[in-house]
Ligand binder design. Structure first.
Ligand code: MN3
Length: 226
């Protein structure tokens, strides 16, 4: 593992010299979310999966310096302006790059609580926190195949639970339910198969134990300010 990690790091350093996007640092160790999220899954998910999305995004954009310079949110908001030959790569790898950084930030080994403003919004939109938990878990368990479940703030400032396929996200203008993400769960099998095998519901239940409510509350505050 150590030798591989070293080689991987050197490869990332080499490829990042001319590249805009770099694998963002994790705020906690691979084992920090144990026993809810296991360290083997964290290691592979972060280094291999997130690492590959980052590298492939840079490779796709290498041909188009003008796109390389744009903030990724701008690319997501104007997917029809992406050249056809890299359109799929930008949604898969650009999405994979952004979604995973967001997802790591949605989790924390520290116990946190939703802010008063977010708690109030959850009760207003979903009736109760328990009901919100039920609806979010149900969305996450019913994503067919690979994808994500999200809690977003819509343009009208409402909270909404939505799902996306593959690495699409609610910032992309091509998805059905657009908005500002404030919470996400990755329900690709690579996110849970090592620990939970085919039992996605066990993984979802564990996710509730590690949600970084401080981060989610900050995202909520930013989104309603807009
Ligand atoms: Mn993933």
């Amino acid at each position: 593992m150590r030798k591989n990690a070293f080689i991987f790091t050197m490869l990332m350093v080499a490829s990042s010299l001319s590249a805009q996007y770099q694998l963002p640092k994790l705020a906690y160790s691979y084992s920090a979310l144990e026993p809810y999220i296991d360290s083997a899954t964290m290691y592979i998910h972060y280094n291999n999966h997130h690492g590959a999305y980052t590298k492939n995004l840079n490779d796709a954009l290498a041909k188009y310096p003008e796109l390389q310079k744009k903030p990724i949110n701008e690319l997501f908001a104007n997917m029809d302006q992406i050249p056809e030959d890299i359109e799929t790569s930008v949604s898969n790898n650009g999405g994979g790059y952004w979604n995973h950084e967001f997802f790591w930030n949605c989790m924390s080994p520290s116990k946190t609580q939703p802010s008063i403003a977010l708690s109030k919004a959850i009760t207003e939109n979903f009736g109760s926190f328990e009901n919100f938990k039920k609806e979010f878990s149900s969305a996450a368990s019913t994503v067919f195949g690979s994808g994500w479940a999200w809690l977003i703030v819509t343009d009208s400032g409402k909270l909404k639970i939505v799902k996306t396929a593959n690495q699409d996200n609610p910032l992309m203008d091509v998805v059905a339910d657009k908005g500002t993400p404030i919470l996400a769960i990755d329900v690709w099998e690579h996110a849970y198969y090592l620990k939970n095998k085919n039992v996605r519901s066990a993984y979802i239940e564990n996710f509730w134990q590690v949600i970084n409510w401080q981060f989610v509350s900050e995202k909520y505050a930013d989104a309603v300010k807009k």
